[in-house]
Write a protein that binds this ligand. Structure first.
Ligand SMILES: Cc1ncc(COP(=O)(O)O)c(C=O)c1O
Length: 397
């Protein structure tokens, strides 16, 4: 099919949920996307922070083929070596001790919410069920996670929404303190709000919040669905501050493009998931677990976290240079490893479109923020080519 056939076919058959980019992708390799007509794009989005090793990584292709011949799926009624290997490797990146595998980010957060509520009942014998989240956050599209999400547009038309969620202003510790009471089970935060425009929480806020949670006996859940798996220059973004959250959720980059999520928790909090309390048919099947295991092995072996940090440092300097030359165009540059937000002083749709026309795939979020989440294997040359294109578009050349 050519691009036009695909667009027309979609128009008559798929639900109209997505505002698609004007682009069909039929093949991808490394950091390149190819249209059916053979046009090539540099991928600065990695399937929204998913394909961290780039597309069609030869070692992942090999594992997919070998595992497909051995065992793809048998369900969670059975013990599986691949899950154990992955769990061991994943937990080795963290201070947390147990993991539950699922299929997406929303499902990981949904699981974390269930775990926090049930832990309070089973482990602490308390009727605490409220989850506090921050304005501007994004936690998913299931009913519980869209209720947890601090953006009204995500909730429109889906009421009545589940009870027990409170949203407080971003980075306001006093507001958080005021919202906590004897009903509070957990606080759910992103270290850097991704969909919210690459907005990091200030360090002193996060430290204060962690201390407050410890003082009040409230669980701290960190949503690392976008920031995890090396994206920000450490395996987990909360490790930059040496935090020890009770629960961490992950998805996106975990299985290199196959759908997988996970809820990681402390030994103590895992008491909230006694046998039979939670489950999923596909979560952690043999194929996906084998691939995720290889993803983490490669990230560690090739020091892709360190690479993300170094590339981010280089890019920050380059983007700050552009900002200083074009202060009327760029309001702020936010670079955290390879999670990058370039906040424009004006709506960015035209800039985004011009960059796409020049062959760069990136994202526009919150109307004014150009967001880059490139594969962790992106090269300096590719980022340099993007910087040149950005400066020329912003300068109107
Ligand atoms: C921080 C965060 N949490 C949760 C989600 C939801 O993940 P999924 O789309 O896999 O359900 C996303 C997706 O963008 C995210 O960025």
């Amino acid at each position: 099919m050519n691009s036009e056939d695909i667009k027309q076919g979609e128009a008559s058959a798929l639900c109209r949920t997505y505002a698609r980019y004007p682009l069909a992708v039929s093949r991808a390799e490394g950091t390149r996307l190819f249209t059916p007509e053979g046009r090539v794009y540099t991928d600065l989005l990695a399937g929204i922070a998913v394909c961290n090793l780039g597309h069609s990584h030869p070692e992942l292709v090999e594992v997919i083929c070998a595992q497909a011949k051995k065992l793809v799926h048998v369900s969670n009624l059975f013990y599986q070596e691949e899950q154990v290997a992955l769990a061991t490797r994943l937990l080795g990146t963290s201070h947390l001790k147990r993991v539950f595998f699922c299929n997406s980010g929303a499902e990981a957060n949904e699981g974390a919410i269930k775990l926090a509520r049930r832990y309070m009942r089973e482990g602490r014998g308390e009727e605490r069920f409220e989850i506090i989240t921050l304005s501007g956050s994004f936690h998913g599209r299931t009913l519980a996670t869209l209720t947890a999400t601090g953006q009204d547009k995500i909730k429109t038309g889906f009421g009545p929404l589940p009870e027990g969620f409170i949203t407080v202003p971003f980075a306001d510790l006093e507001a958080m303190k005021a919202a906590m009471n004897e009903r509070t089970a957990a606080v759910l935060i992103e270290m850097i709000q991704g969909e919210g425009g690459v907005k990091p929480l200030p360090q002193e806020y996060v430290r204060g919040l962690a201390a407050l949670c410890a003082e009040k006996g409230v669980l701290l859940i960190i949503d690392e669905i976008q920031t995890g798996v090396g994206r920000t220059g450490k395996f987990w973004a909360h490790q930059h501050l040496g935090l020890v959250p009770d629960i961490v959720t992950v998805a996106k980059g975990l299985a290199g493009g196959l759908p997988m999520g996970a809820v990681m928790c402390s030994e103590e909090v895992s008491k909230g998931f006694p046998p039979g309390s939670h489950g999923t048919t596909f979560g952690g099947n043999a194929l996906i677990s084998a691939v995720a295991d290889k993803v983490i092995e490669i990230i560690e072996r090739d020091d892709l976290c360190g690479r993300a940090a170094r590339m981010g440092d280089w890019l920050r300097g380059r983007l700050e240079g552009i900002k200083s030359r074009l202060p009327e165009q760029i309001a702020e540059v936010r670079v955290h490893g390879l999670m990058i937000g370039i906040e424009l002083t004006h709506p960015g749709a035209e800039v985004w479109k011009a960059l796409l026309e020049r062959g760069f795939v990136l994202n526009l979020t919150q109307d004014t923020v150009l967001r880059l989440l490139p594969p962790l294997v992106i090269t300096e040359e590719e980022l340099e080519a993007f910087c040149r294109a950005l400066e020329s578009v912003l300068a109107g050349k």
